[in-house]
Design a protein around this ligand. Structure first.
Ligand code: MN
Length: 152
């Protein structure tokens, strides 16, 4: 154990103690998707990918991920906020933390993101460190807090 840990940074070794956390990414932009995927996969998460809201909803229902990263602006007839509302209205899915990804952080957007039921949000451009810290924070809160707590 100690030998293995030498090669890993603290964040990675903590992550590997609970390697089964599954994160669903709903994101239509291929570069952002690759960035999210690579960061999460490198830190030991299982990653599911959806490029539109309909596919995202299906994967959420089928796999019940531990956390969902939800781009707000998606192609097709389901926006990220609409998908979030469906998830938060579903008793089987509503406990899953949803982190919205927004292109800009304006006051009105925060209100909309909160109203849709998102548990938090991150803004583009993405900082890798902040992104991973947000993910960890929400996963830890989910496992230590039984009642859904809103953090925005
Ligand atoms: Mn988008």
């Amino acid at each position: 154990m100690a030998q293995c840990d030498k090669a890993l940074d603290v964040q990675t070794s903590q992550r590997l103690e609970n390697p089964a956390d599954t994160i669903l990414i709903v994101e239509d932009n291929e570069l952002n998707m690759k960035l999210f995927h690579d960061l999460l996969a490198a830190h030991g998460y299982k990653v599911l990918q959806a490029f539109d809201g309909q596919a995202g909803l299906q994967l959420a229902q089928q796999h019940h991920p531990d956390l969902i990263i939800m781009d707000v602006q998606l192609p097709g007839n389901l926006s990220g906020l609409e998908v979030t509302q469906v998830i938060k209205d579903d008793p089987k899915l509503k406990e899953i933390p949803v982190i919205a990804v927004t292109a800009f952080a304006m006051k009105g957007d925060e209100v909309k993101v909160r109203a849709a039921g998102c548990d938090g949000y991150i803004t583009k451009p993405i900082s890798a460190l902040n992104f991973l810290q947000s993910i960890k924070k929400f996963l830890n809160e989910r496992s230590s807090v039984s009642e859904g707590r809103r953090v925005l």
